[in-house]
Design a protein around this ligand. Structure first.
Ligand SMILES: C[S@@+](CC[C@H](N)C(=O)[O-])C[C@H]1O[C@@H](n2cnc3c(N)ncnc32)[C@H](O)[C@@H]1O
Length: 201
């Protein structure tokens, strides 16, 4: 389940096991643009793929259920680059919805920033280059509300969580970003959460 799927093309690229179903939630205008591009390339997904137009600041669970999502089957939820843009109430609602719709054995991975960045970090070339190259001002899109502690919320709900920095993946894969002065990634964290399956016996 890709929450804030954007232009993610995993459904078209990865060798999915049989019986997988990839759902992609994003705002209608983003999905319309994506389909416009994909249709022109005549691409077909490597699995069953269902795009769902929804605003994740609202109650989006009914759209998911209406699209055929089965909450009794374990799901891998991914919110990559999404929560940075959502106010705190929709983030809390997202965690609640994911928990409610997750069968035991489900997983959730999501990315956060630990806080609003200092001016030196906001002046990082990452942001200015993005603005120059794409016209998108990421800093204007980031939500400025204090973040809820969703990892703690998940733990309270019985999930297990681990937290990683982007550099953990650099070390693991032997390539990727390294810390630098006034680093725009220094405040980023990845949370991996699992809803335990019941133990037998
Ligand atoms: C930085 S992009 C990440 C896209 C993709 N997950 C990836 O990592 O390539 C953030 C995505 O979240 C979506 N998004 C932001 N706010 C949203 C909302 N309220 N409802 C649905 N999608 C939203 C945006 O439209 C955008 O596609």
């Amino acid at each position: 389940m890709l929450l804030g799927a954007g232009l993610d093309t995993r459904a078209y690229r990865l060798p999915w096991p049989p019986d997988c179903h990839v759902y992609e939630i994003d705002r209608p205008e983003v999905l319309t643009f994506k389909h416009h591009v994909l249709d022109r390339l005549h691409l077909t997904p490597h699995t069953t793929r269902t795009p769902i137009s929804a605003d994740l600041r609202t109650d989006w669970a009914p759209a998911l259920t209406a699209a055929g999502f089965d909450p009794t089957t374990p799901c891998a939820w991914l919110a990559e680059g999404l929560l940075l843009y959502l106010p705190s109430a929709p983030e809390r609602h997202l965690i609640d919805t994911v928990d409610r719709l997750s069968a035991p054995g489900s997983t959730l991975a999501y990315e956060i920033k630990t806080g609003w960045e200092r001016p030196e970090v906001r002046a990082s070339p990452v942001y200015s280059a993005t603005l120059r190259q794409t016209g998108v001002d990421l800093l204007a899109l980031f939500d400025r509300e204090p973040r809820p502690d969703s990892a703690a919320d998940l733990t309270t709900r019985g999930w297990t969580t681990t937290t990683h920095t982007p550099y953990d993946f650099t070390r693991h894969h032997g390539r990727g970003p390294l810390p630098e002065p006034h680093d725009a990634l220094a405040a980023n964290r990845w949370i991996f959460a699992t809803k335990p399956a019941p133990t037998s016996g």
